[in-house]
Design a binder for this molecule. Structure first.
Ligand SMILES: [Zn+2]
Length: 389
């Protein structure tokens, strides 16, 4: 296949690493070379000059549920348990056609807003096909919850889609099932993912075995009497049960204090934060500065349309700029690129290094220097984004 030289005024190979008037040579869907403009004249190479904006890695949305539509979102203001109830009744109502449409729209939105790699919790077959036909890379986690049982088989992986198991969360999933899921992911060589320490309801349930969540589980006829995981805060429980290690990706971590953060960091587990979703559902924001201080490099996820208004990771980064003033734009860009790829276990995505898979976007903006370009990327509304296939 003829190599293609992609040229732009600004190339961000990864946050903080910039080339002016640079080019990226793609050969057989891999990055062959990255350099300055003289390379763009090489004989036999196809030239694509994108313009004066930024050529950069496609973003990583490390936590989504693309099959969930926006219909439960208005219930978020009533509290966590009423929102879960609205979500469940929507799931029961939603027919296969409407699920397929929601999934297809969600996946196209992810692509058109600059995402190239996704960590997705969802129904496997329609979602996997939608990701593959959009050319998006994804890990699809099959959510397991309730009491311990054998795990269903996973579908075959597709070219851009890997399948894995997820434990839903410690307040919905027995410790025995969480351990079973974790062991299965280890065997598969996949990340073990779970929602952890998201809501106050979860924290109260794990600490006391009582409260609004316990009442809801009893109402739903879910027997948690044998779970034996009570008396600890969520992160403490997860550490004691051996649920956190370098292969684990924990999503949310809102209910975590400073000493738990230090202990969490020692496990080497990965973190994905979803600030917009957290604010809407729990009126609370994750302690991003605390994570950074503890040496944790968080990834970012939008979560689903049931709790956020868009699936755009650029919108998520812009929200961080607005709600965490003073945070360095390069650090925010790391959340959405290199940290996300590391969190999901894709060493050859998230940056434009030679040997990496080609997974780039071009963002049309004007900047006089890299600092201006980085600021514009994280703070401009309605950026003109062009995925590069
Ligand atoms: Zn989620």
């Amino acid at each position: 296949m003829t190599p293609t030289n992609h040229r732009a005024r600004w190339i961000m190979t990864e946050p903080g690493q910039w080339l002016e008037n640079g080019w990226v040579t793609i050969r057989d869907h891999r990055i062959h070379e990255v350099g300055r403009s003289s390379g763009s004249t090489r004989a036999g190479h196809r030239i694509m000059d994108h313009g004066d904006g930024v050529l950069m890695p496609a973003l990583v949305n490390a936590h989504t549920h693309v099959a969930l539509s926006d219909s439960a979102r208005s219930h978020a203001a009533k509290g966590f348990v009423p929102w879960v109830q609205a979500l469940m009744s929507e799931r029961n109502r939603q027919g296969p056609e409407s699920t397929t449409r929601t999934v297809r729209d969600g996946v196209m939105t992810l692509k058109n807003t600059g995402t190239g790699l996704v960590g997705e919790f969802g129904p496997h077959i329609p979602v996997a096909k939608a990701f593959e036909s959009a050319g998006l890379h994804a890990t699809l986690w099959l959510e397991c919850l309730g009491n311990d049982r054998d795990l269903p088989p996973l579908p075959e992986n597709l070219e851009t889609v890997r399948h894995a198991y997820a434990g839903h969360a410690p307040h919905t999933t027995s410790p025995a099932l969480l351990k079973r899921v974790q062991a299965a992911d280890h065997l598969l060589g996949r990340r073990f993912c779970l929602h952890l320490a998201e809501s106050r309801e979860e924290a109260t349930f794990l600490q006391t075995g009582r409260g609004a969540w316990a009442d809801f589980m009893t109402h739903m006829d879910i027997d948690f009497s044998t779970w034996g995981c009570f008396g600890k805060r969520p992160v403490q429980m997860a550490i004691e049960r051996g649920l956190l290690d370098q292969n684990t990706l924990a999503v949310h971590l809102l209910q975590i204090n400073t000493s738990e953060m230090a202990e969490f960091a020692q496990t080497g587990a990965q973190v994905c934060l979803c600030p917009r979703s957290n604010r809407r559902l729990h009126r609370q924001l994750p302690d991003i500065r605390g994570f950074l201080k503890a040496g944790i490099r968080p990834a970012l996820g939008t979560d689903s349309l049931a709790s956020v208004s868009t699936l755009s990771l650029f919108d998520e980064m812009r929200f961080i700029v607005e709600h965490y003033p003073g945070l360095d734009p390069d650090v925010i860009l790391e959340f959405g690129t290199v940290n996300g790829a590391a969190a999901l276990g894709y060493p050859d995505l998230g940056s434009l290094q030679p040997g990496n898979r080609s997974n780039m976007i071009y963002v049309d903006l004007e900047a006089m220097n890299p600092k201006q370009a980085a600021e514009a990327l994280v703070s401009t509304e309605n950026l003109q984004i062009h995925p590069i296939d």
